[in-house]
Design a protein around this ligand. Structure first.
Ligand SMILES: *Cc1c(COP(=O)(O)O)cnc(C)c1O
Length: 474
């Protein structure tokens, strides 16, 4: 087999600004050891997220020019609506400015105190929207999904027995819906099998609970099904995607992922009664139903991107590029989530920095080290993002301490990826010198976005956070 090449040519380029290690040490310190607070022109390779960072195609840019900006009834909306209906089979299509806006609308209506939403793993904004409504989110991830180093084909699957048990415990009437995240972003970008989706649907049907899909990476998930699940190797990706959605009652999607758009999202469903409530809220928070939170040009770019993402040469290159980096790291004995996920490489920071305890945020410490060594920006998915405090203000750590290096779609070439591998391996070889961190400032929700941290000093006394300031939102 020959090298799998990037299935595109480059027409327009953006410069990378180089800086030195000394400069990066100062920049990270100024950003309080939080990569979200670094200016992006101080970053060499930005793997913070694959969200909204895709390179759009020339067709998408042409679509941007064709976008019709009418307040009501724009033809751009009808093109967008048709594409979403075609893929999902869902008649109701509600455009929103991002995935979280779709979540906000859905969970404001269905959530509230005493309600539970069950998922394989809720993404952070999804969980935050659920909790903000007063409801509770429960993750029922399969056992193999919880062990980064054990490879399995569908580590995003739900644990069906646990799902049934949880429904029995909480009561089906208190569960407005079950939502499966495909691929499972917070659980390593791991796919969910068609078999699992069918089994979840069966449990939902038995309990009269609607099934929704968090569809941000539906095409990557569909391609994994094609590669790994029996009976799908000859099926076109689009047909697989359509089959996935045929088992669902609705979906939320961020178009900033598998639609190659820089902004956008939508909510789609079968239920016309729920749709009326959603649209009522949409008009207050996003906009008129034929544009939602988007410009006509964005609707065009999304409609085109949704079809481009299902092209198999693209998906083959996409999945291969993640696997290429993952395999290079495995060869160097770097602890990574296995097998490779769909959109990102996940370093297992608990293993990587085994000398740093969870309450000193090993994931965040690793993120800082990668930035200093090579100007690479990743994100912690561990106790900073998902940790909670118990009644004694002691940290209850997240189950995994991961560092996600998300690969933007169609943006970086193989030599960029080779450089990333070299930097990670260099950091791994010098890992014992890396120190833990302590939080000096944090917000009550989604604290990882704004938290300020500082390195833990040697004596325990010095490592106590002084002027710890907890911000509270009303
Ligand atoms: C990005 C993402 C969201 C939220 O979408 P935004 O467009 O960032 O608001 C929800 N779920 C998953 C799985 C995501 O990856």
């Amino acid at each position: 087999m020959k090298t799998i090449i990037e299935p595109f040519k480059i027409k327009s380029v953006e410069p990378i600004y180089f800086n030195t290690k000394e400069e990066r040490i100062a920049i990270l310190d100024k950003a309080c050891y939080n990569p979200f607070l670094i200016h992006s022109d101080d970053v060499l390779i930005d793997l913070l997220t694959d969200s909204g960072t895709s390179a759009m195609s020339s067709d998408q840019w042409a679509g941007i020019m064709k976008g019709d900006e009418s307040y009501a009834g724009s033809p751009s909306f009808f093109r967008f609506e048709k594409v979403v209906q075609d893929i999902t089979g869902m008649p109701v299509v509600i455009p929103t400015h991002q995935g979280r806006a779709a979540e906000k609308i859905l969970f404001s209506i269905l959530g509230g105190k005493g309600k539970y939403f069950i998922s394989n793993t809720l993404f952070d904004t999804t969980r935050a929207n659920i909790e903000f409504s007063g409801a509770e989110g429960i993750d029922c991830l399969c056992e193999e999904g919880k062990h980064p180093s054990i490879p399995a084909p569908f580590k995003g699957n739900m644990d069906i027995a646990l799902l049934e048990k949880t429904i029995a415990q909480k009561g089906a009437v208190n569960i407005p819906l079950v939502i499966i995240t495909i691929t499972n972003n917070s659980g390593g970008g791991q796919p969910v099998s068609m078999q699992n989706i069918k089994e979840v649907k069966k449990v939902c049907q038995k309990n009269k609970i609607p099934l929704f899909i968090d569809a941000c990476r539906f095409a990557e998930n569909a391609y994994f099904i094609k590669l790994r699940e029996e009976g799908y190797c000859d099926k076109p990706v689009k047909a697989i995607a359509q089959e996935i959605f045929s088992h669902a009652d609705g979906c939320t999607m961020s178009a900033k992922k598998d639609a190659f758009a820089n902004i956008g999202g939508f909510l789609a469903m079968h239920d016309n009664v729920l749709a009326i409530k959603c649209r009522n809220l949409l008009v207050i928070t996003e906009g008129f139903p034929t544009y939602g939170g988007l410009a006509g040009r964005d609707l065009e770019a999304i409609a085109i991107g949704l079809n481009e993402v299902m092209e198999e040469h693209y998906l083959q290159y996409r999945i291969r590029s993640i696997e290429y980096l993952t395999n290079k790291l495995i060869d160097a004995k770097v602890p990574v989530m296995q097998p490779a996920g769909g959109h990102a490489v996940y370093l297992d920071a608990k293993e990587f920095l085994s000398h740093i305890p969870a309450d000193q945020y090993p994931g965040q410490a690793l993120v800082g080290a990668l930035y200093i060594e090579g100007g690479i920006r990743g994100v912690e998915i561990g106790s900073l993002m998902f940790g909670k405090y118990d009644e004694y203000k002691k940290l209850v750590p997240a189950p995994m301490e991961l560092v996600r290096l998300a690969i933007p779609r169609r943006v970086y070439t193989q030599s960029h990826i080779d450089y990333v591998a070299e930097v990670i391996i260099e950091v791994f070889n010098n890992r014992h010198a890396i120190k833990g961190l302590t939080i000096t400032e944090e917000a009550p929700l989604l604290r990882h976005f704004t938290a300020k941290l500082k390195p833990v000093l040697k004596s325990p006394e010095e490592s106590l956070p002084k002027n710890k300031q907890v911000l509270t939102y009303k």
